[in-house]
Design a binder for this molecule. Structure first.
Ligand code: ACO
Length: 322
């Protein structure tokens, strides 16, 4: 049996920081409101000439360094992103070229905030099938480009960043299970209602922004993430107490807290980085994972549950032994 295992991780946040106090100057909000409702203190915003691929490259190079692999070792490149550099080529192809990787499969995955979980699930299946040995899996976003900075109900929530993992074939798990779901009937609760074949003009006029029914998204996220915890534990015949670390999508500390309670997981075993970067969509889980691996909290052999929820709706989990 072939398994896949995380060999190294990397993360990158752009230099420019926008604090809650900065937003107080541009929209009718307060630091107190943002912190109480979301736990977010600041977010990082890409420079004008910085693209999703630029952020992805920084995170990918760090992940490759920590996994001790070179461009020649990588035989699969997957980027989860909702904010690609171009309509085509895919951001994965652009990244492949930057990293001097040639010939292997490279493609983008669009599952919004669940994107990294989807991408990891896909990489795991490629590796388990025996066809691929070393995947570069990235979540990268420049969400600031699709945020209406005049809309206080959304602009306080999001930020830019990238996180990456190198996933290699191994004799033992590694990734124990992945659970991926979607239900398109919720398409209008969280959306950017423009695109190539549905209102490209809006994009050209810079008016295609995130629209969200925050309350409904909140309730769905809490309920759905609770269910995915049960599904994951049952599939692996594990108890809640078997999980060492929860690495949730970083959208909101209240959503994270509710999932942690469901798992009966003490908060000091939940990785929370949302205060420092806000909701970075597909980048948020790999960013959080990288922080907790690099600061030594997560150790080899521990059991991690990664779980995400996002537009679509999409949702999913990855259970793995680090
Ligand atoms: N500053 C001050 N007041 C604000 C702000 C703001 N930035 N935004 C909204 N308000 C006001 C509203 O206008 C409303 O005022 P009113 O009572 O006079 O009408 C009041 O605050 C309460 O608004 P609610 O929307 O009910 O506030 P709620 O407690 O639901 O918090 C929030 C809003 C933070 C968006 C919450 O619903 C949420 O986190 N939802 C999940 C959204 C999310 O995370 N989306 C990301 C993508 S999906 C995902 O990643 C999981």
């Amino acid at each position: 049996m072939i398994y896949s295992r995380i060999a190294g991780t990397g993360g990158y946040l752009p230099d420019k920081v926008v604090t809650n106090a900065d937003l107080e100057k541009t929209v009718d909000t307060t630091d107190q409101w943002i912190q109480d409702r979301t736990g977010i203190r600041e977010r990082h915003i890409a420079a004008e000439d910085q693209t999703t691929c630029d952020l992805a490259e920084q995170a990918a190079r760090k992940a490759m360094e920590s996994a001790n692999v070179t461009s020649e070792d990588i035989d699969l490149v997957i980027i989860a992103t909702t904010t690609p550099d171009r309509v085509f080529p895919s951001t994965a192809c652009l990244l492949q070229q930057r990293l001097d990787i040639h010939g292997c499969a490279a493609f983008d995955v669009q599952a919004v905030c669940t994107g990294f979980v989807y991408a990891l699930g896909i990489a795991d299946k490629f590796i388990k099938s025996g066809t691929h040995k070393c995947a570069l899996v990235v979540g990268a976003e420049t969400l600031s480009r699709i945020v209406d900075w005049k809309d206080r109900t959304t602009c306080v929530l999001f930020g830019d960043g990238a996180g990456a993992a190198v996933v290699r074939a191994a004799d033992e798990p590694g990734i124990m299970s992945t659970h991926l779901h979607a239900d398109g009937k919720y398409e209008n609760l969280l959306t950017v209602p423009a695109g190539v074949s549905q209102g490209y003009d809006q994009i050209l006029q810079q008016s295609a922004f995130i629209e969200m029914k925050g309350n409904e998204v909140f309730k769905m996220a809490v309920n759905t993430l609770g269910r995915i915890v049960d599904e994951t534990l049952e599939a692996n015949q594990l108890q809640k107490s078997d999980i060492d670390w929860l690495i949730p999508h970083q959208a909101n500390t209240r959503i994270i807290g509710a999932t942690a309670r469901k798992l009966k997981m003490p908060m000091d075993h939940v990785v929370v980085t949302v205060a420092e970067h806000g909701n970075t969509s597909a980048a948020s889980i790999p960013l959080a994972l990288d922080v907790a691996i690099r600061d030594g909290r997560i150790k080899r052999g521990e059991i991690l549950m990664l779980e995400g929820f996002g537009g679509g709706f999409t949702w999913g989990s990855v259970l793995l032994k680090y």
